[in-house]
Write a protein that binds this ligand. Structure first.
Ligand SMILES: C[S@@+](CC[C@H](N)C(=O)[O-])C[C@H]1O[C@@H](n2cnc3c(N)ncnc32)[C@H](O)[C@@H]1O
Length: 254
């Protein structure tokens, strides 16, 4: 079973591919304001499209483009269910190299900074696509607590690979962005996300897998992920989503 297939099944009940609850997501996209009619959003690494669709629904008269290197199934249906088909376009492409002539009023990039080699590359990419003074909705991993050896081993990273919340804010400010709002995922949001991820895959393995081989593979992925979470990163790995204002491009009245 390839990872994309496993991930699609794992996100059945939690199509936001980040430890963020739907009400927090709604608040965050609302805080992209002011967003006028005709404004355009770009979601880099859009995944199942939940951030972009919620942003479009929250801001009437806007349009959006979602870019992902592997568009998952169900995006057209998700847009249609919310009456947003005519306002959104999905593009399957490597976000790193993807280019368009126009500039966007807001860029979203949640849980996909690895597409740009990390935080700094993501901030650069966002600025390339953004009109001066626009907004960036950025979601990325942080340390909630100094990482234990078990957390580092489970995530296969070093302590310097992620900042804490203050360090994240320092880095975005150094690149010319100012936080206008933010959300730090709670332990309850993490637990809901990880139980959903592992539980959806487990239920599929036990009740829907078409072959013994796929059942065994899916169970192994779910168990491995659960162990790495519970014995590794739980409580240490955090996630922050920030609404950032482009301080370099802002001017009075914009
Ligand atoms: C953790 S998911 C987050 C999805 C979505 N932003 C969300 O929060 O629900 C990361 C997404 O980034 C996409 N991705 C990773 N590398 C990429 C790249 N180079 N270009 C475009 N998308 C990429 C993956 O396919 C995946 O859908």
């Amino acid at each position: 079973m390839d990872f994309l297939r496993a991930s699609d099944i794992a996100h059945t009940h939690h199509p936001i591919a980040a430890p963020v609850a739907p009400d927090a997501l709604s608040r965050l996209v609302q805080r992209l304001e002011p967003v006028g009619r005709g404004a355009a959003f770009l979601d880099l690494g859009c995944g199942y499209g939940r951030w972009l669709l919620e942003a479009l629904a929250a801001h009437p008269g806007t349009t959006g483009v979602g870019v992902d290197r592997a568009l998952p199934p169900g995006l057209a249906e998700a847009a249609a269910a919310r009456g947003l088909t005519d306002r959104v376009r999905w593009v399957e492409a490597d976000a790193q190299g993807w280019a368009t002539d126009g500039l966007f009023d807001a860029v979203l990039c949640v849980g996909a900074t690895h597409a740009f080699g990390g935080l700094d590359g993501t901030l650069d990419a966002a600025r390339r696509h953004l009109r001066p003074g626009g907004r960036l909705l950025l979601g990325d991993g942080i340390w909630n607590a100094p990482p234990s050896a078990a957390a580092l081993a489970a995530l296969e990273v070093g302590p310097e690979d992620m900042p804490d919340l203050a360090g994240l804010v320092d880095r975005v400010q150094a690149a010319g962005w100012e936080p206008g709002y933010g959300h730090v995922s709670t332990l309850a949001e993490w637990d809901e996300y990880e139980f959903s991820w592992t539980g959806s895959l487990t239920a599929w393995a036990l009740h829907e897998a078409p072959t013994e081989e796929e059942r065994a593979e899916a169970l192994e992925i779910a168990r491995g992920h659960r162990t790495a979470w519970l014995r590794g990163w739980r409580g240490h790995l955090g996630f922050a989503t920030l609404v950032l204002h482009d301080a370099r491009g802002s001017a009075p009245g914009r």
